[in-house]
Design a protein around this ligand. Sequence first.
Ligand code: SF4
Length: 224
Amino acid sequence: MASNHASLQVGGFVPFTTVDYPGHLAAVVFCQGCVWRCRYCHNPHLQPFDGGRWSWENILALLAERKNFLEAVVFSGGEPTAQACLPWAMRAVRDLGFKIGLHTAGIFPEFLAGVLPLVDWVGLDVKAPFDERYDRITRKKDSFDASAESLRLLLASGVSYELRTTVHPELLSPVDLAAISLSLESLGATPTNIQPFRPEGCADSGLVAADRAVGASKQPHPAL
Ligand code: SF4
């Protein structure tokens, strides 16, 4: 965990989007810092906790200017739940009249449980079946435990959500995707939304080269 209530570390800001919160016009705050190192991460510049490039006070001022045009603000990352000040930041945004969206990989389930009452919609990553295959993507031991617990907490909360799975054929096979589907079904969750690997920004040259070689980002995954 990093930072305190004084200042959310923000690495990027998108003032207007129609695709990051379903059915809503939203702004996106990209929180700085993440403790996982997913091979396909396309925002590796957001991984270090280096303070970020944006002042939180300026972000709030920009949002205040847009409160008649936007419906929601999405906290994305990086990993928003890695910052202890996230609840304060969410309350400040709610006080401006916005709905709150959260993009998370479910890295900190206990912390997630604490902020869910402040959140109107969650986009949760399901990166792999909930076993050691998870760790191959995140490069963090036992990361599947946190992710599975976050999903359970999200489902119990009743908060609206969407599950997302990024697919690169070198990281997830058709068998893996079938295992994810079975797990989600057994938990009573909605099916996950498949997102093709995006080479833009990815620092893993092996994945990018494989994607270029087979056109993986342009061809449907064989399991789809
Ligand atoms: S959890 Fe998200 S931000 Fe963190 S390394 Fe993985 S893809 Fe990147």
